[in-house]
Ligand binder design. Structure first.
Ligand code: NAD
Ligand code: ZN
Length: 282
């Protein structure tokens, strides 16, 4: 199986990569459907949404400060590095990244060949969409009083409320453009649309020609439109390789979609699968 994959990889130029949380799992960032994907007793689904921010922006900022600290402390793993190297050697490779941790970029993935479809933990934007302000923000934490270093589950949410943090809404960062709106993380929350320009970028890449190979790494591929990219790449001629811990969670809608299934930790399997390619300088 590896030999046929290596042969195809070596003859592939237009490669589409779909990246999910499983790529960063062994870097210590929990996937969001895993049991450890919780902060205190809140799940991502409870806090990563507009209504949660409207209800308690202090709590949501604490959650994001925790996630920023976690992502900042994490290191890119061998799979991030192998992918970055492959991308550098295949300028037509394009990665659609659902992760918000910037670990691909930190591993050196060429910037022009990756789109962060779900945004980044290290960007902020105005809560008022009509204002449109957005910028990079790598300061950790964005609000010192909201530094939260304890691991998830240490505090019990039942008797926690954000008033105890000693932070008021006025202390939260405000938009420098309109001066009225609060800044919020520039990540795509549940129930929100993906940024049109980014979706358009993927569409254009897909329409640009035949696709040789698609790599689906560590994603359950249940979220639209990411889920649809596999079928579209296949229709454009791609053979598809999946990398996942579990076959039934790998995002394979129909068995015929999978040409190669690499089962196990992406951090081990991706570099292994690319060995034959990376060994050859072509
Ligand atoms: P998901 O949690 O739905 O799926 C993760 C997938 O990775 C599963 O299929 C799982 O079987 C697989 N997996 C787990 N550990 C793995 C490993 N070590 N090696 C290989 N595969 C492994 O995540 P998703 O599909 O990325 O869902 C998308 C959503 O998750 C997005 O909204 C994204 O923004 C969000 N998210 C991102 C991060 C991050 O930035 N690292 C972390 C959590 C959630
Ligand atoms: Zn604003």
């Amino acid at each position: 199986m590896l030999a046929s994959f290596t042969a195809h990889l070596n003859s592939s130029n237009r490669i589409l990569v779909l990246i999910g949380a499983g790529l960063s799992a062994s870097s210590g960032i929990p996937t969001y459907r895993s049991a450890s994907g919780f902060w205190r007793t809140f799940s991502d689904q409870q806090l990563a949404k507009k209504s949660a921010f409207e209800e308690d922006p202090i709590l949501v900022w604490q959650f994001y400060n925790y996630r920023r600290q976690q992502a900042k402390a994490a290191l890119p793993n061998p799979a991030h590095h192998a992918l970055a190297e492959l991308a550098a050697r295949r300028p037509e490779l394009f990665s659609v990244n659902q992760n918000v941790d910037e670990l691909c970029q930190r591993a050196g993935h060429p910037m022009g060949q990756i789109v962060d479809l779900h945004g980044s933990l290290f960007r902020v934007k105005c809560f008022d969409d009509a204002c449109g302000y957005e910028e990079e923000n790598h300061e950790i934490p964005i609000i010192p009083q909201l530094s939260v270093t304890e691991p998830p589950g240490v505090l019990d949410s039942a008797d926690y409320n954000s008033a105890q943090s000693g932070v008021s809404i006025e202390d939260l960062p405000h938009c420098p453009k309109c001066k009225v709106g609060l800044l919020r993380p520039a990540t795509v929350w549940f129930g929100e649309n993906l940024p049109e320009a980014k979706v358009h970028q993927v569409d254009e890449w897909l329409q640009d020609g035949k696709v040789d190979l698609m790599l689906v790494i560590g994603t359950s591929a249940m979220v639209w439109p990411a889920a649809g990219y596999i079928g579209r790449a296949r229709n454009a001629g791609a053979r598809v390789a999946f990398f996942n811990m579990m076959e039934k969670a790998a995002g394979v809608a129909r068995p015929e979609e999978s040409d190669w299934m690499f089962l196990g930790d992406a951090a081990e399997l991706v570099p292994k699968a690319f060995e034959g390619f990376l060994g050859v300088d072509n």
